[in-house]
Design a protein around this ligand. Structure first.
Ligand code: GAL
Length: 404
């Protein structure tokens, strides 16, 4: 069950004065397949902090949806590096578009199954079937930028979804969680866990995400900002930071090699639940006891949440994807209608270092989840069912965490 939660997504100053009269404009040089701005249309003032799990805010955008022209195309990267793309992004984007009143033939959501050339083919098909806005969650920045410049040349607007397409067109938008914040939550979670589990001499292996994903860089920036002072003052030791990956089997091999080379590793930092799960499988096969070896993660996956409850993972960054999906869908609807999105929605800027430009951005807020707040966050939100979470050996840990 999905429950609206004010504590997760507080209702901000939403449509305080109802709808305001249009301040349409912008992007005329790229009108292409998009609708021409209409000075008489009213522009809803959506607040990026006001999305809720019942998708209520999307109902405010039905006027924009009927004003727009062309399809919205969404390009997702894969189905293996995280369950999020199938489990959350695709269904929540669909729900957001439909709640705003788009019919199924006015949007399309595709997954490239890990292949950049498949993503380009999918983008080409979207453009030739009349897409006026593309949302791109790239496999790597180069292939993402190629898709985006081709789409803009055909008159479409483009939005980087979740991962920044470094080197993409300067006038694009970006929608994501605050990814440096994701990283600092992971770093602080590791620190708190090291204390709680009495790890007296932390020897930490840092296992980053795939270096071709700009998010992986931002996550690392976040956790390094918390951990580096501890490495510098000698309270923690950084044992190593091998090449990053989003592939769990690669993470398992890397961890085994590092453990063989450095027998003193007693903590891991990783920004991915599935990579953490690969590490934890190795720990379990080595008979490492619970609550002795801190690990971290991201994405609130089922194995990640179970590893937290059973004392093998300290916590995970929960990114309520329904926030990000609605923010992206809302932004796409403004652009499709040829309307400048309000500054209440476009609440941030992200520097694209490759082109030396700030990209207008929408950030939503991530949450650190441990056994203490799991019931009040992911469980209450319906991101996981208690049947699945508390199955088998996890049942008693669920009871201890107040999850029933
Ligand atoms: C990141 C994304 C995470 C996770 C990871 C692995 O870019 O923000 O949520 O999915 O990739 O795919």
């Amino acid at each position: 069950m999905v429950v609206a939660r004010k504590s997760l997504a507080p209702i901000g100053v939403l449509l305080a004065g109802g709808l305001i009269l249009s301040a349409c404009g912008g992007d005329d040089d790229n009108a292409g397949a998009s609708a021409s701005p209409s000075s008489s249309a009213s522009v809803p003032q959506i607040d990026a902090a006001a999305f809720t799990s019942d998708f209520a805010l999307m109902k405010q955008l039905t006027g924009l949806a009927s004003q727009g022209k062309g399809k919205i195309g969404v390009l997702l990267p894969d189905t293996t590096t995280s369950t999020r793309y199938v489990q959350y992004d695709a269904p929540y984007l669909k729900q957001a578009f439909e709640t705003a009143g788009l019919s199924p033939d006015q949007f399309t959501i595709q997954n490239a199954q890990g292949s950049a050339s498949t993503m380009q083919t999918q983008a080409d098909a979207m453009i030739s079937s009349g897409a006026s806005v593309l949302l791109v969650d790239p496999l790597d920045p180069g292939s993402g930028a190629a898709i985006e410049s081709k789409a803009e040349a055909a008159g479409a607007k483009v939005i980087d979804y979740d991962r920044l397409v470094t080197g993409g067109p300067a006038d694009r938008y970006y929608v994501s969680f605050d990814n440096v914040k994701v990283g600092s939550l992971i770093g602080q979670g590791e620190v708190d866990c090291i204390t709680a589990w009495n790890v007296s001499k932390p020897n930490i292996l840092i296992m980053n995400g795939d270096p071709s994903d700009n998010n992986a860089k931002l996550f690392a920036q976040g956790y390094h900002s918390v951990l580096d002072p501890k490495f510098t003052d000698g309270s923690y030791v950084k044992v190593g930071e091998p090449a990053g990956t989003w592939t769990p089997s690669v993470a398992a091999t890397t961890f085994q090699q590092q453990q063989t080379a450095h027998k003193n590793i007693n903590a891991v930092v990783t920004p991915n639940d599935d990579n953490a799960n690969a590490v934890i499988s190795v720990l379990k096969s080595n008979k490492t006891p619970a609550k002795t070896f801190p690990t971290t993660g991201q994405d609130a996956s089922l194995p990640g949440l179970q590893n937290i409850l059973t004392g093998y993972q300290c916590g995970t960054v929960y990114k309520p994807i329904y926030l990000e999906a609605q923010a992206a869908a809302a932004l796409a609807l403004y652009l499709r209608a040829g309307v400048t999105p309000p500054t209440t929605l476009v609440n941030a800027k992200t520097t694209d270092t490759k082109i030396g430009k700030d990209i207008a951005s929408v950030y939503t807020t991530p949450i650190w989840v441990t056994s203490e707040n799991m019931n009040d966050t992911v469980v209450k939100d319906g991101a996981v069912t208690t049947e699945k979470l508390c199955a088998g050996a996890v049942a008693s840990a669920c009871t201890a965490a107040g999850i029933s």
